[in-house]
Ligand binder design. Sequence first.
Ligand SMILES: Nc1ncnc2c1ncn2[C@@H]1O[C@H](COP(=O)(O)OP(=O)(O)OP(=O)(O)O)[C@@H](O)[C@H]1O
Ligand SMILES: [Mg+2]
Length: 418
Amino acid sequence: MARLAIALDPSTEDRLLADVVEHGHTIVGRLVGWRDVLESLDVLAPEVVLVGAGRDTLSAELLAGCDERGIRIVALSAGDAERAHAAQLGLHEVLDRTATWTEVEPLVRGAVPVPSRVGEISPRAPRSASMVAVWGPAGAPGRTTVAVNVAAEIAGAGHTVALVDADPYGGTIAPLLGLLDEAPGFASACRLAGGGALDRAELQRIAQRYSAPRASFDVFTGLVGPSRWPELSAERVTATLEAIRAWAEYVVIDTGFGLERDEELTSDQFAPRRNAATFAALSAADRVIAVGLADPVGLSRLLRGYGDLVDLVEPERIDVVANRVRTSALGIDAHAQVRQTLRRFAGITDVVMLPHDGRAADAAILTARTLRDSAPRSPLRAALRTYALERLLPVPEPVRRSRFRPAPMRRSPDRAAS
Ligand SMILES: Nc1ncnc2c1ncn2[C@@H]1O[C@H](COP(=O)(O)OP(=O)(O)OP(=O)(O)O)[C@@H](O)[C@H]1O
Ligand SMILES: [Mg+2]
């Protein structure tokens, strides 16, 4: 349960306190303004800060201070002006001040702010996917960017995550996250799986840890050079992914772009196949994210590839993502253009849009960190976070309240001093 620091108006605080305690949280500080909260972050070490969304208790400085320390922040707003203030700062975890603790609790645990929007966004998507493969056509549509950041957001929601670089055309996750790419990675795990020697201890040894406050995850880095693709045979990849699935709650796989089967016609039956790892990942995954670039060339590549993809994966398992959505490449209503094109040519009616956000993408590359860590308030991170939490994680169970309600806690004497 969470360590909470609180800066709320007295009546909201009084209303919520009993429930906070009842849900097993510890209140490490009850403070007055955002400066008090900011100054006490290091001393009190809260995991979550719950504040009013007004200017007295919520500021850019406080958000930055919480981001630096990996502290989650949730705000309660007293009206439209406060909600607008929070939105302007880029804070999405905002509820109405009259919210019950049952509504606040999922946000304290890292869930998405408005669960009721889930149905609106994705009426048909299954609720949870423990193995997710990210595919996309040639032309660098953003497969690795999506894979890395979806993994980070799922980890940030409190799950154990393994990120696998299974791109047979050469891995880029290691350099993207500042990890060693000469160390044993996914190919080593595949070799051990081929010899029946891949156990938990070996997985633990091979995985490299991407460390971040409350959002660390394990990474199986990719092929050092594209010429080593024969190491990723279908059987080995399948066996390795199954072993990793049993080891982590969520597995996110970065795959290659190729879906051609021509090689099967020209190769003899026992020849290794370049795209075997991609096929194996697609067939093992509960969900496949198909990423395409949101411009005329990228969309036509996506449409061509999508035709091959649905021969391998049922459409219900596919989420189509249009990446780098921008008016400069598509005209004024870029979203409508993307929707129209995909509906018209492939009958795709459900598209996840990711904005073009060069500043955030570059900050991530420059610092070798995830967007969550390098550009937490960027539009690209916000869109990826919403997608990951709303579409890939199960909807949080409503919290059951016991009938027993302890007497409200007395206001602590230290409040008067603070
Ligand atoms: N939404 C975005 N806005 C701006 N830049 C982006 C966005 N998404 C990805 N990029 C940038 O596009 C480039 C390609 O992205 P990425 O490496 O994720 O693509 P990929 O599909 O994995 O490519 P590859 O074929 O090399 O594996 C990177 O420089 C990345 O930072
Ligand atoms: Mg890539």
